[in-house]
Design a protein around this ligand. Sequence first.
Ligand code: PLP
Length: 497
Amino acid sequence: MLELFKSISLNKDSCTPLYIQLCDALKKMISEGLLPTDSRLPSIRRMAEQLDINQVTAVSAYKQLEKEGYAYSRPGSGTYVTNSLKTAEPAANVAILDEYYQSEELSVISNDQIRIHENTINFASATPASDLFPVENFKVVLNEVLERDKGNAFNYQDSHGYYPLMESISNVLLKDIIACEAADVQIISGAQQGIDVISKAFLSHGDYVLTESPTYTGAIAVFKSRGAQLADIQIGEDGPDLAVLEYKLKTCKPKLIYTIPSFQNPTGYSYSNRKRAELLKLAEKYNAIIIEDDYVSDFDFDKKGYLPLKSLDTGGRVIYIKSFSKIFMPGLRLGFMVISSELKHKTLEAKHTTDISTSGLIQRAFDLYIRKGFWNTHLEFMYSIYKERYLELTNSLDKHLPNCVKYTKPGGGLNIWIEMPYGFPVNSLLKKAAANDIVFAPGRVFYSGNSPQSINNIRLSFAAVFREQIEPGISKLCEIIKSLNSIRDSYVNIRIL
Ligand SMILES: Cc1ncc(COP(=O)(O)O)c(C=O)c1O
C-alpha cells in the first residue's frame, strides 16, 4: 500500500500549499477507487516520512480530507477513507443535470471540463439548492403520518391519488386560481411523469406535437420517445405569433400542444391574456389537446396576474400540470394534473400502467403539510428569496451588461434569457466562465432538432445561486463577454472587409 503513496509528487515551489496538493492527490486516488472505502491511510509519521514533508502538513491534509467528506478519523486508530461513491459526486452536480441529461453538454460536464463544486456560482440550475428545503416541517408531518396511519401509509394507493390530498389541492392550492373539484385532480410523480402519462394516453406513433421553440427539453425527450413528430413555433415576448400558430395547426394537425404559458422555460416569456384566449380558440378549432405546464407561475414578482389557460378552458381540452420541483423539493417526485372528466379515464389508465400510484406516504405527508398551513408559509418564503435574487440579478445585468447584449425582464419565474450579438462564441464563454467557477445554460440545449443552428442565447437561472454571489458573478461574466466580444468584433470586421 505504501508503494502507492510514493507515486504522489508534491511541488514545493508551487503557490498551492503542500497540504492542499497532498489532499488533492489523495482525493484523486479515492475517486479513482485506488483507496477502497474504510481503508486506513498511513499514519501521519509514515506519510510525512514517505513524502519528505513536515508532519504538520500531513495533519492538515488529512483534516482537509475529512472536511470535504473524503475521510473520517477513529480516535486512537487513525484516518480512514469514506464511501468514495458518496464523495465522488457532489450534490450540486445532480441539480445541474436535470435539464442537461440528454444533451451533449452532459459529456462536457462528466469529462470534468465543467465542474460544479461548493464555490461554483451556479446560474445553470433552475432548481433550488437543498438549503432551501423545508426539512424540519416535513419531518414533523412525516412523523405524524406514521403515528396516525401506521402501516396504511405503505399500502398501494389509489392510482388517482390520496383523496384528502386531492381535496387539499382543489381547496387550498388552486383556490382563486382554477375552479375544480377534488375528483378533477390526478396525482402524479412529478410534472415529467405527467407529460409522459399524457403522451402515453393520447399519442400514437407518428402523431404531431406542437411545442414552443425553445422549450423544456425534458418534454421534447418524452414526445420523441413516444414516436411523435415535432412541430415548433417560435415564442416571442408575449407568446407566439398567432398567424403562424394557426398555420402550424392547420398544416400539422397536432394531437397535443405543449405550452409553458407563464415565465416559460427557458425564455421567461409569458403569453399575454389575449394570446391565451386565442390559443384556446385555435385548439378548439383544430381539435388539439393542450398540455399547460405550470412550473413557476407562483413567482409573479411584477404582479402580472396571468390567468392559467385551465381557468379559461370551457371546452375541457386543457390538461394543467403542476410541478413542485421549483417551489418545494424535487426529490419528493410529486405533482398533480387538473383534467376534465372526458379525458381523465385515459390518463388514469396510463398512470396505472406506469407506476400504479404515486407514493402514499409522501401524498399523506404533503396533505398534512398543506392542512397545517406549512405550505402557504413556505410559498411566501420561497417567493421572497427568489424575488430578492431576481432583483439582484436584473440590477446586476443592468449595471454590467455591454450594450450589444439584450434581454427582457420577465417580471417573474426563475430564468433570464440573454441574447448575445450575432456570431458570439457562446462555447468559449461557457468554458471561460467555467474556468472562473461560473456556470450557465447555453441556449442551444433548449431547441429540438428542427431549429436554427446559430443559437446565440444563454439562460441564466437564479434558483440555485446565493444572493451574495450574483453581482460578483455577473460582473465577472460580463467582463468575459466583453473580452470575447472584442475578438468577435475584429473577426466580423475582417469578414466584412
Ligand atoms: C418546464 C418544466 N416542466 C417540468 C419539469 C419537470 O418537473 P418535475 O420535477 O416536477 O418532474 C421541469 C424541470 O425542470 C421544467 O423545467
